[in-house]
Design a protein around this ligand. Structure first.
Ligand code: PEP
Length: 256
């Protein structure tokens, strides 16, 4: 049975360590005692140490929002996977905002996913089509290209801790969420690609939905047989809303 993974992508919020630790503590309290779900928060890298100290080891797992593929070198402003070890368990790779604003490419996403795995970090590989790609009927082509590229550096999937997040770009931060069945159709496509790469492990990999996921619509995704959690932006900045999404995942049927 796959355990759903609910990951909060805080993006460039909050802007102070004290607000970050307060939010993390509120999420930790909300997640306390919840079994059958993996709760992850991904604060800005600069707050990871503060948040880790505040929440301690427990039910809330920590993730980074991106990382460099390389261990060291002349990469101004970047964070090495070596720096994340011991601080983050997960790392989001290839978020559409990184692709749009920071020059992330299919190729760099593949390198980073492989590097994360090599350094014992669990990559949350984000894929998704833009609005114009959806309009032109290119969704399945884009998903195929992005998923294969993201996983190109992995010889197998078993034991990698991989999570794949399907995040249609047009749904991120817009309130215009995908329908449960539409998200499920893409998740089926993603799982079929996973099965080509590693037939034994494909059914173990959590596939998340992301894009305007809220307490109101979360259950519609978690009821889908191939969706195992969510990557949550805006709603992850409110502990109550994030907690409600965690509860929706706990209450949803388990998928094998
Ligand atoms: C995201 O940034 O990954 C995301 C899904 O954002 P939101 O939930 O705000 O749409």
């Amino acid at each position: 049975m796959r355990v759903p993974v609910i990951a909060g992508n805080w993006k460039m919020n909050p802007t102070s360590a004290s607000e970050a630790t307060s939010l993390a503590l509120a999420v930790r309290d909300a997640a306390d005692g919840l079994a059958g779900v993996t709760a992850v928060i991904c604060p800005p890298t600069i707050w990871l140490s503060d948040v880790q100290r505040a929440v301690g080891a427990g039910r809330v797992h920590l993730g980074a929002q991106t990382m460099a593929a390389d261990e060291r070198g002349a990469f101004t402003g970047e964070t090495s996977p070596l720096m994340l070890r011991g601080l983050a368990e997960f790392v989001i790779i290839g978020h559409s905002e990184r692709r749009q604003y920071d020059g992330e490419t299919d190729e760099s996403v593949g390198r980073k996913v492989a590097s994360a795995v090599a350094h014992g970090l669990r990559p949350i590989a984000a894929v998704g089509e833009r609005a114009e790609e959806r309009r032109s009927g290119a969704t399945s082509h884009v998903i195929d290209r992005q998923v294969r590229a993201a996983l190109a550096g992995l010889e197998r999937l078993a034991g990698t801790g991989l999570v794949v997040a399907y995040e249609p770009v047009w749904a991120i931060g817009t309130g215009d969420a995908a329908s449960g069945p539409d998200a499920q159709a893409v998740a089926v496509q993603i799982r079929a690609i996973l099965a080509e790469i590693d037939p034994e492990a494909a059914d173990e990999i959590p596939i998340q939905y992301g894009g305007s996921c809220t307490p109101e619509n979360a259950a519609a995704y978690f009821a889908q047989p191939d969706i195992d959690g969510a990557l949550v932006g805006g709603a992850s900045l409110k502990a109550d809303a994030f907690a409600a999404i965690l509860h929706a995942a706990v209450d949803a049927p388990r998928h094998a």
